[in-house]
Ligand binder design. Structure first.
Ligand SMILES: CC(C)(COP(=O)(O)OP(=O)(O)OC[C@H]1O[C@@H](n2cnc3c(N)ncnc32)[C@H](O)[C@@H]1OP(=O)(O)O)[C@@H](O)C(=O)NCCC(=O)NCCS
Length: 187
């Protein structure tokens, strides 16, 4: 089992497992249409958020391929979002990064800071070889975040998936362990 030593601290944030007490904070952004604008999800009711928080609370470690590690990102204002790492392949040592943040706390580099801390753990402690992330072709804030992290755009799949009943493009970004190490060494 692979479990970070909690909490993970960054300059401005604390990353730790989600708990049922996070419901109010998580619902505050899961309920918003602008948050799910480019995601395959709908705005959640409070009861749906309760179920989501309960599910995320169990995602505190990577036990087997396919597992998702979800961390609550806490700032002074409380939980402002989550970052996640899905363990895609044990043999290839690959994972997929995800993130969702409350727009009220956007534009300050907090999502980048949290995602970088999770990548540090993924490449460092967990020993990943490659991390990828994907987004809707029009999710510009997400694409900018991946570029800010130093991820390389490796694909632009045209009309590759059904999004709200229409064909949509998908962007694929990735970073390798040695690239992440040289980026963080240079920072
Ligand atoms: C994707 C998402 C997390 C990006 O949020 P964000 O606020 O743009 O990202 P950050 O918190 O890292 O802030 C970066 C912005 O702050 C600015 N910034 C200010 N201070 C900064 C700092 N110290 N460090 C880095 N960036 C800083 C950056 O220039 C950037 O602005 P820009 O994109 O206009 O150039 C957010 O839009 C979101 O949660 N969307 C909804 C969910 C979603 O779509 N998830 C992805 C599914 S694929």
């Amino acid at each position: 089992m692979f479990r970070p030593t909690y909490p993970i601290r960054t300059a401005r944030l604390t990353l730790r497992p989600v708990t049922p007490d996070d419901l109010d904070d998580v619902y505050a952004y899961q309920r918003r249409p602008d948050v799910v604008r480019w995601m395959l999800a709908e705005p959640r009711t409070r009861e749906q958020s309760r179920a989501s928080v309960a599910a995320m609370a169990g995602e505190d470690a990577l036990r087997a391929e396919g597992d998702c590690l979800t961390l609550a990102v806490a700032a002074d204002a409380g939980v402002i979002g989550t970052v996640e790492l899905v363990w895609r392949s044990q043999a290839d040592r690959t994972a997929e990064l995800g993130y969702v943040f409350h727009p009220d706390h956007g534009g300050r580099g907090l999502a980048t800071e949290a995602a970088a801390a999770l990548l540090d753990w993924g490449f460092g402690e967990f020993g990943l070889h490659r991390v990828q992330a994907r987004c809707h072709g029009r999710n510009e804030p997400s694409a900018r975040l991946m570029r800010r992290l130093g991820m390389r755009q490796e694909a632009h799949h045209v009309a590759s998936y059904l999004f709200r009943g229409e064909w949509a493009d998908q962007l694929v970004f990735a970073v390798l362990a040695h690239e992440w190490r040289s980026r963080t060494a240079a920072a």
